[in-house]
Structure formats: C-alpha cells, structure tokens
Design a protein. Structure first.
Length: 298
C-alpha cells in the first residue's frame, strides 16, 4: 500500500521565535505497554532478538509510553510525539490493526490520550500548533489523527521509512497517511550545526529554546529534542535509548534499526550528560524514571 500524504521540506526556523526564550515542558504518560525483560538489555550471542522476545509473559513488565506538552512564549503550544489514539483504550484493532493488536498489549485509560490530557488542562487540541515526532513508530504516531490542525515536524529519513516499511519495522502506514501539514527536516541540509556533544542539530524556532538533534539508530530518522528551561536544559530523548541506564552504561536495547548509529547516538547522549551534569534526559519508555518525574519542568 502506497501513501497519498506528502511531507514538504521544512523551512526553519518556524514562526514564533523569541530571543532568549525558555519553555515549560509537561511529561504526559499516555499509556503503558507490556515488554520483555530484555527490552533494555539486549542478549549477547546468537539470535539476540528472538531470545529477548522469548521470555515468558509472566516476566514481562509494563513500560511507559510517554509524550510531552511544551509551552513556548512565542510559538504557543506544541507536542513532542502523539502517543496512542484514544480508541486504543477500548479496542486497539481499528487504529493499530489486527497484527499490532496480537503483539502489543496496552494498559490505557481513555483520558490518558493526548487529547484527553489536553482537555483536562483546559486546552483544546486545535490549540496545538506543532507536533515534533521523534519517530513514527506506531506507539508514538497512533494519536496524531486526533490533532489534524497541527504542523508535523519529522526527519526526512523517518518519513521515507514510515511510508515504505511496515509492521515488522514498527510502522503502520495508515497512521501517517493523512493530508496534514507534514514538514520534513534534513540533517544533511542547510542550517545544520553541531550543538553541545551532538554532531547535527537544527534550531526549531531560531531562538535556541528547542533544538532538534539527530539521534538515529532506533529508527532511520530518529530525533531527540533539547529544551532550554529557565534553569538548565531538558533532553527529550524519545527512543534513542530505552532508559537512562542504557545511556550511562552505553548498553544496547533490544530493538533498533542500525546498531552502528544506535551506538553513536548513545555516545552523544552519554557525552552530553558528562558535560551537562545538571541536565535531565527523559527516555520515552524508562519505567524507573517516569514515576519520579515532575508534572512540569520550567
């Protein structure tokens, strides 16, 4: 199945930049998914993926599926990732498909969806102007259909993967095949510069408040986001690492697209933490970290 949607080249910076701006970031727990113990510790030796997935279901644990609401003083409200569609709480099949329902066990309440959490904060989904997608795997892209008015920012390599690959690579084409305002960033194009320990970055609004950094490996075009707070920085690492422990120990997770790039992204994140010890890095599926997070970082 080919997709009809197209991603136009992004013209950065997006409107709304404010010199010296800082942002407020709200972590949103959108659901939990059952995962094997090896999710954050890939087995060594032969057939590591099969062995990692073969653990008895009684040993599997619930991992968070996280997204983030960001308040920018000039650009308004934006999201990092879209979580799961609200319908998944009652029946995953219409949104995720038959095969995903058979392989993904989710624990979710309807009001945990992005739209539910926005409305609980008195915010209508139409007020969200932009959504930065760390990547387009279904657990991050499922809910984007509920935000049709936003501009979606995605890496061009990630868009190519999501619109050409399928279930075994973590994608579902129907989730992205919407006539939305898709904008593809190019980390090989103009405006790309090094930032801190990251080799390739783009300034989303031109004011340094939100920087997109290229962290491929888990998926071909994975993006992490560095947010400037009033005091310090916050890195929304997405799935560049399964957990903070993977970054600190330079340890492979179970699932990745390219081992070399995954290790490179881990090294960049590890060096960033060493150089910026007061910064917080949040991985989207870190079960140990999420219960300790504040409701907002400013």
């Amino acid at each position: 199945m080919r997709v009809a949607a197209e991603a136009r080249p992004a013209e950065l910076p997006l409107p709304g930049g404010v010199p010296g701006a800082t942002v407020r970031v709200h972590p949103l727990l959108t659901a939990e998914a059952l995962a094997p113990p090896a999710f954050a510790a890939r087995p060594t030796g032969r057939l590591p993926l099969l062995r990692g997935l073969a653990a008895r279901r009684s040993r599997w644990t619930w991992l968070p599926i996280g997204a983030f609401l960001v308040e920018h003083p000039g650009a308004g409200l934006l999201l990092v990732d879209a979580g799961l569609h609200s319908s998944v709480a009652t029946d995953p099949r219409p949104n995720l498909g038959r095969r995903h329902k058979a392989t993904l066990r989710v624990r979710m309440e309807p009001d945990q969806s992005i739209t539910g959490q926005l409305r609980a904060r008195g915010v209508e989904p139409t007020a969200v102007d932009a959504v930065v997608m760390t990547h387009l795997h279904y657990d991050h892209a499922s809910g984007l259909a509920e935000l049709p008015d936003a501009t979606y920012v995605v890496d061009r390599r990630e868009w190519a993967a999501a619109t050409s690959r399928g279930f075994t690579s973590g994608y579902r084409k129907r989730l992205v095949d919407h006539a939305f305002d898709w904008r593809a960033v190019d980390f090989d194009g103009p405006g790309v510069e090094a930032f801190a320990t990251f080799g390739r970055s783009l300034d989303l609004f031109g004011d340094g408040a939100l920087r997109l950094v290229s962290t491929p490996g888990h998926s071909p075009g994975h993006i992490s986001v560095v947010a400037r707070l009033s005091e310090g920085e916050l890195v929304l690492a997405g799935d560049a690492a399964p957990s903070l422990a993977n970054i600190e120990e330079q340890r492979l997770g179970l699932l990745f697209d390219d081992e070399h790039l995954f290790r490179r992204s881990l090294r960049e994140l590890h060096r960033y933490l060493a150089a910026t010890p007061d910064a917080l890095v949040i991985c989207s599926h870190d079960a140990d970290l999420w219960p300790t997070l504040d409701t907002v970082y400013a």
